[in-house]
Design a protein around this ligand. Sequence first.
Ligand SMILES: NC(=O)c1ccc[n+]([C@@H]2O[C@H](COP(=O)([O-])OP(=O)(O)OC[C@H]3O[C@@H](n4cnc5c(N)ncnc54)[C@H](OP(=O)(O)O)[C@@H]3O)[C@@H](O)[C@H]2O)c1
Length: 352
Amino acid sequence: MSNGSYRVAVVGATGQVGTLMLELLREREFPATEIVPFASERSVGRELEGGVVVRGLARAAIRGFDLALFSAGGSTSGEWAPRFREAGATVIDNSSRWRMDDEVPLVVAEVNPDAIEEHRGIVANPNCSTMQMVVALQPLHEEAGIERLVISTYQAVSGTGRRAVEELLEQSHALLHEQRIAPPHAYAHQIAFNALPQAGGFAAGEDHTDEERKLMNETRKILGDDAIRISATCVRVPVITGHSEAVNVQTREALSPERARELLEGAPGVAVIDEPKASRYPLAIDAAGRDEVFVGRIRRDPGHERALDLWIVSDNLRKGAATNAVQLAELLHERGLLAGSPDARRTARSAA
Ligand SMILES: NC(=O)c1ccc[n+]([C@@H]2O[C@H](COP(=O)([O-])OP(=O)(O)OC[C@H]3O[C@@H](n4cnc5c(N)ncnc54)[C@H](OP(=O)(O)O)[C@@H]3O)[C@@H](O)[C@H]2O)c1
């Protein structure tokens, strides 16, 4: 491991994911000499935990960083990630802006860490529902080859952003007090006490949402297998944190539920909770605040001899976003791939 000491920018530092990124960089003792939070003009000057003060994005303010973690939406990443890169930083981007770009690796720390070696200044962090699913699917894919996936997600409102969490709480409070709710903003319909068969938006001519498309395209890119056939329905449910997924996995080779359980028990980042008769299986409320991907209800699909059914749950803000981003920062550091690391400085000098 290189003895790096880096200047780190966190863009979107006041958001749900950005706040956690700051916390995890400190908690996991990432070797930073300075961590600088950036957010929109609305937050400039705000003091955050640890006494750091929020800055605004401006060309003069982004000089001299080795690493920039972005979690401020696709348009901010589209505009500012290349500028940070030009100014010398390596960017880890949590938005969807760069994920399907052929020149940008899409990396999950436990699944395809070697892909990070190919980065050209930007590394993409996958969508939360994809992230947790591929951590559980990778060991099964390696053993038996995944042929087809049929996925139904039950996604928490924190996946939409802080405003959506407030809306769920406001609506729930109003309805419990027999008051009328305000017109919904975060979603097309009331989310409290409801289930919406729409997570994300519909692009012109599309009958799948962008969230469903991300799940399909990003899974194939991360597992490195374009032949996997995928069907997905993404549902928004009134849960604050923790996405749940029912996944039907059809493999090329035979795979028993017992062998799948054994593989999952040995897989990095996975925790198996699978005693259904004792009502023990993964739950969103238990996964919230944890970094693992929880898997349970591992069973044979009675409708297909080479298919299993799984229930996969994880904290969408942690492993689904901030934890993986910080793991990627650690990977870049460990492999000497950051501008401030001795190895990268040597490479830069020899390239000059
Ligand atoms: N939530 C999840 O489960 C999840 C999972 C994976 C990926 N993501 C992605 O992560 C990103 C953030 O999600 P979140 O849930 O943390 O959202 P959030 O709580 O709404 O926070 C958004 C952050 O972006 C900042 N921001 C907005 N516009 C900006 C601008 N023009 N310039 C600079 N900063 C700007 C906000 O600053 P202000 O506070 O100043 O407005 C805030 O810090 C999104 O791209 C989302 O798609 C989220």
